[in-house]
Design a binder for this molecule. Sequence first.
Ligand code: SF4
Length: 357
Amino acid sequence: MKTEEKILKDMAKPLLLWYDQNKRSLPWRDQANAYYTWVSEIMLRQTRVETVKPYFLRFIRELPDVGALASCSEDRLLKLWEGLGYYNRVRNMQKAARQVQESYGGVLPKDYQALCSLRGIGSYTAGAIASIAYGIPVPAVDGNVLRVLSRLLENEEDILKQSVKTGMERLLKEAIPKDRPGDFNQALMELGAVVCVPSGRIECGSCPLNDLCRARASGRVTELPKKSEKKPRTVQKRTIVVIRDGDCLALCKRPKEGLLASLYEPMNLTGHLQEQEVLKEVANLGLVPLRIRQLEDAKHIFSHVEWRMKGYQVQVEAVEEKVKDRYIFVDPEKSGRFYPIPSAYDAYAKYWKENMS
Ligand code: SF4
C-alpha cells in the first residue's frame, strides 16, 4: 500500500490538471494581490462564494489597499461587513492593517511567519496569502482541505483537533509543488468546495484523485471525516421593539465588547415580554407610546447562541432629550446607508422601512 507521503506526492499532477480545466473565475483570483487574497479569505470563512462576491467587490472598491483599511472609521467598516457576521474578523483585519502600515510600509510581508504574527491571521490565511500572492510553498489547510485529506488518506482522527490540522500541514508541506504552490492550495480548496463536498452529491466519479483515494477504495467516503460533537448552542429569548417616531427609527449602539459589539440595533430586551411590559419599557425611556402591534416571531443563529425573538412595533411621540443619550432617531434611509445593523434583525427590517405617515 502507498504511504501517505506517496499519495500526497502523486496527487499534485492530476489535481493541477483538473484545476486548470475546472477552476471557477473569481474576482480575487484574477490577479496576484496579497490584499485581495487576504480580504477574500477572511470573507470566505463560513460564507459561500456567491454571497462573498458582491461584498468583496464593494469592499475593495471602497478600501482598495491596506492604508485605506487602516484608516477607515469603525462605523463605515462594520457597514461594509454588514450581513457577513463574525464582525471581530473585520475589526482584527483593521488592527492587522495598522500593524502592516507601521511595520511593513503598508505592504503585507512576503514571509509566512511574519504574516502569522498579524492580528487575526492564522496558519490557514497566512498560507493562502503566502502561496497564492507570493508563490511561497506553504500549505493552506481549511475545513475543505481537511475533509479531502481525511478521505483521501482514510484518516480516522477528529478534524476539529488542532493536532490533526498541524499533522496535515506537515504532510502537505513536503508534497506541495515548488513551482505552483498557490494553484495547488487553491485546487485542493476548490476540490473540497465542488467535488469532495461534506454530504449529498460527493462526486467521486469525476474526482481527479479517485485512483489514489483510500476512502473510495474501501467504500467509507460518507463516514469521513470524523468530527467531535460541538457543544449545543445556548437558547436566549429576546424581545425586539421597533420604535418609530413618525418615519424615524430608534437605534441604539451596542457595547464595545461582546456579541455584535459596536453595531446598531433596535430596542432589544431580555425574555419574551407581553404588550403591557413592552409599553412600560418604552415609557421608561421617556417616550410616549401611541400604538403597539405585535410582529412575527423570528430566530437567529450565532455560532454559540441562538436568539428566539418576539417582535413589536411601537409608534411614539415626544422624544425627550434624555432618550437621545441612549437612542438616536434616524431616517430609515440613513439607517441603511450609515449605521451597521446586524443581519440578526433582518426579519424586522421591513418594519423600520415601512412608511408610517
Ligand atoms: S474520490 Fe471521492 S472521497 Fe476521494 S477525494 Fe475524490 S471526491 Fe473525495
